[in-house]
Unconditional design. Sequence first.
Length: 415
Amino acid sequence: MAVSSPKRANIDDVVKKIVNGALALHEVEELLDPYDAVDARRAAVEQITKARLSAIGAANLDYEQIKGKNAENVIGGVGIPVGVAGPLKVHGAYAKGDFYVPLGTTEGALIASVNRGAKALTMSGGVTARVLGDRMARAPVFRVGGVVEAEEFMGWISANIGEIRKAAESTTAHGKLKDVVPFVLGNNVWLRFSFDTGDAMGMNMVTIAVEKAVEFIERGFPKARCVAVSGNMDSDKKQSYTNNLLGRGKTVVAEAVLSEAVLSNVLHTTADRINDVNIRKNWLGSARAGSMQFNAHFANIVAAAFIAMGQDLAQVVESSSGYTATEPRGGDLYFSVTLPSIEVGTVGGGTALPAQRAALGILGIGGGDTKPGDSSRKLAEVISSAVLAGELNLLAALSARELGSAHRSLGRRSR
């Protein structure tokens, strides 16, 4: 924990100024050190709202570290239980071995669900996982005069891609431009820039790089004007068919073959019954509902892993998009999950906070000890394998009609 600097103002005076509207919440750090600023803001909010915030103030956080990096107008923190599921055997290109996966959640039965799936998968020989794509995208939208200028603009982009790459990569030592893909609608042109961002999730890195590239493009092709550096063809924090097809972040497949004995003895079901649930629920049910989600609950596991390991929580939206595939093989079952856009990093953002860094350490991820990109791909393989475990167990529970009993025993304790 960092040591507080000398106070520059009296906390009580600052609280009064906030309550009276003479001082904005974001201005408090100009008068107090980060720790006293948190206390003053919380006290002021208590007076204004009449809420009791002692539990929020009890969080053990390093406010020196958080200031200017992780959150603004901080008044404390909230505690979320973190459990582990495992061991889960993974045969990845980057994740190799038995893993205990940290999961942060308040949903009873979730960790137990992943844990039972992990047991079944490990007893069947483990999970094979591979990162098939790795790119972080940002897509500025440009306005041109019409389709003729749009065609000319795309030709200019293609002819000058080397200089565009040089401009973009001048802003970062880690980001490498992979490609620029144009999309046209009338007199609008989106340029979908995709980068390799190493171990960083990379959204901010890519935004800064694309802003520099846009400056070069507008100087070289003045008939095109950038309307927004993020034009939703990215697509960031939103589901899209573009992300499902082209990928954003890591595209990962995790798969396993469950033996007939494990299906019967551990999961109390059969290959045919799980396959029937998958087809009728995940595929037919999702199609009939008009959903882009052809899975049972990827979001549960992705969100829990993101909470525990310091990932951008809003990116659960696209990171949990994906597909569950099943195929009976005699009495055995081939089971796989495909996540086209799981956006994770092992440096930057919330991964630097002590608790989140410790959770990453459970997976043997410490940063700086591998080639750039290896640890983030390892994390993607482990999370995808945990998604496989959770998905398997839920479909098994549904096929055996055990879902309600599990939630009654693990998620409905009387108070």
